[in-house]
Design a binder for this molecule. Sequence first.
Ligand code: CO
Length: 171
Amino acid sequence: MALRTIIKYPNPRLRKIAEEIKIFNEDVKILSEDMADTMYKSNGIGLAATQIDVHKQMIVVDVSPKKDCLYTLINPKIIEKKGRVEVEEGCLSVPDIVATVSRAEYIKIETLNLRGVKKHIEATEILAVCIQHEIDHLKGVVFVDYLSRLKRDRIAKRLAKLDRVVSYDQS
Ligand code: CO
């Protein structure tokens, strides 16, 4: 397993649309292991391949307190949703920023597992929110897109400043 670099907002590569995975080989397995490793090491509860600059439809999610309930979803699609819930979200690509987003409270998804076998998963609450957030990444959508333009500009400016501080420290 290897740690991958997480790209940060407002990097335009976060806007790329991920392609479906059609071949289930060793590369797909390695990608899933690297993504899980990168998510756990970053203390995240979800990661989309887009965030490590791989534009394939794969997400990993683990919202369990003990970090022992990993979902690896390939080509996930929401086929049913119900209810509304407002939860404060964060994102490994938007460090130190949290904001409240409105999402479906219940979702049913159709997805493939690592062997390319079709599965249906029902999710509620935080798991549902997290899966919706990660599926958004595969479509080039970042959670801050749901905020007002003013708030988004403020966040982009703050992150650009952080970026400069980091590169200055390393020089
Ligand atoms: Co995210």
